[in-house]
Every structure is written in structure tokens, then in C-alpha cells.
Design a protein around this ligand. Structure first.
Ligand SMILES: [Zn+2]
Length: 237
């Protein structure tokens, strides 16, 4: 008897942990307690007000956020299949690998990479702006100093397809398409650029994976981008 009660308590504790995890998301403590910029504070307040009114209307709030530290670890892991697959296909198609034409090529490549990181965020913004209620006005950009991470966020609700579309567009436009173009045209630097930019979308891939994996039986579901963390928040009823 005592043993089975202990087991029950254990299961209860486990369920509670799971439930808390669902509500709080998967942030590390340092990420949760980081100092927010004034813009982030304002965005968070507006979001909490909206969230309060949604919950008041009977919606349940579920956080599907991704820890930036975990996203970075995933980026390191993802780089291996990207490099092997990308270079493997390149060699199959082109037989030889030509490198950069000297130091200037390397410098231009590095400058282009930094520019493309900004373009990555712009593509998120442009693709969400198509569907957002006030389009471009509902999109905001910023920079998390603590993680040297630029970000783009959509401040209004979207449908699942719209959210996923905006989350994946930078991966497709800056990662997958240049990789294919590099392989088909025999340009190794374009392939490498595509590989690096596909890897830079590791966090987006994790977020989309989480959103797609979440099974909801609710009839009414609204997808919001989290105002201060990577990932989304679902309201369902
Ligand atoms: Zn992104």
C-alpha cells in the first residue's frame, strides 16, 4: 500500500513538473531573468494584457518557446549533416572543389554573412507582415545583447500556417535555395554560404518542430510569437 502511494505521489509530482514546463516554456533560469530592454518591457506588457483578455475569454495559454542555449547546441549538431550532405552532393555533381580566390574573397564572404544575418530577420518580418493585421506595423526588430542575437517578432496573432511560414522563410530563402544553387552551378562559396545560413536557422527549425508536434484538440487556436523569448505561445479553447 505504502509503496503504491509513494508511486502515486511520484507520478503526481512528475505530472506537475510536466504541467509547469508547459506553462513556463523551456527557458533556462538565466534566460528567464535576463534584463529586458525598454522595448521588450513594453512588448511584454502589451502581450500580458492581450493574454489576460484571451484567458478571460476562456482560452488556455500554452508556451511553446525554445531556449536560446539549446538552440545554439542544436546549431552545432545540425552543422554536421549540413556539411556532409551539402559537400557530398556538391562533389557528386561537380567532381572538384574550388576554394576562395584569395584573402579578398574571404573578407567579402565574411561581410556578406553578417549582412545576411540581418536579412534573415528581415525575411521573418516581411513574411509575417503579409498576414499580420496592420502588416509591417505589427513587426518589430531588436537585438538581445546577452546572446548577441538579433530578432524579429510579430506582435499580433497568426494562424498556425502563417506562423510556420514566417518562421521557415529565412531557412528556405537564405539556406536551402543557395545550397541548391551552389551545388547546381558549382560555386562552392555559394554552397558554403547556404550551409552557414541554414545552420543559422537552427532555432527556427526547433520552434517549428515544437509547434508542429503540439497536438491540440481545441477548435479555436491562435498562434502568437513570444514577446521576449524564442518561440510561440498558443491560445486554445
Ligand atoms: Zn530566425
Amino acid at each position: 500500500m505504502a509503496g503504491s502511494r509513494r508511486k502515486e505521489r511520484k507520478t503526481e509530482k512528475k505530472m506537475m513538473r510536466e504541467k509547469n514546463k508547459k506553462v513556463r516554456g523551456n527557458q533556462d533560469e538565466a534566460e528567464k531573468s535576463r534584463t529586458l530592454s525598454p522595448a521588450e518591457e513594453r512588448r511584454l506588457q502589451a502581450f500580458e494584457a492581450l493574454s489576460g483578455s484571451m484567458v478571460g475569454q476562456g482560452f488556455r495559454r500554452v508556451e511553446l518557446t525554445v531556449s536560446i542555449v539549446k538552440a545554439n547546441v542544436f546549431a552545432v549538431v545540425l552543422l554536421i549533416p549540413l556539411l556532409l550532405g551539402g559537400i557530398g552532393l556538391f562533389l557528386l555533381k561537380n567532381r572538384e572543389m574550388r576554394g576562395f580566390s584569395g584573402g579578398l574573397g574571404m573578407i567579402l564572404f565574411t561581410v556578406a554573412l553578417f549582412a545576411l544575418i540581418v536579412v534573415h530577420e528581415l525575411i521573418h518580418g516581411l513574411s509575417w507582415a503579409i498576414f499580420a493585421e496592420h502588416h509591417w506595423k505589427d513587426i518589430e526588430f531588436g537585438f538581445m545583447k546577452q546572446y548577441l542575437t538579433p530578432y524579429c517578432t510579430c506582435c499580433v496573432p497568426l494562424s498556425k500556417g502563417q506562423y510556420v511560414f514566417g518562421a521557415l522563410m529565412p531557412l528556405i530563402v537564405l539556406g536551402i535555395l543557395p545550397m541548391l544553387a551552389g551545388i547546381l552551378t558549382g560555386s562552392f562559396s555559394v554552397l558554403l554560404m547556404g550551409i552557414i545560413m541554414a545552420d543559422a536557422a537552427a532555432g527556427d527549425i526547433l520552434i517549428v518542430w515544437k509547434i508542429l508536434r503540439y497536438r491540440s484538440g481545441a477548435e479555436n487556436i491562435v498562434y502568437m510569437d513570444h514577446p521576449t523569448q524564442a518561440g510561440g505561445v498558443i491560445f486554445e479553447k
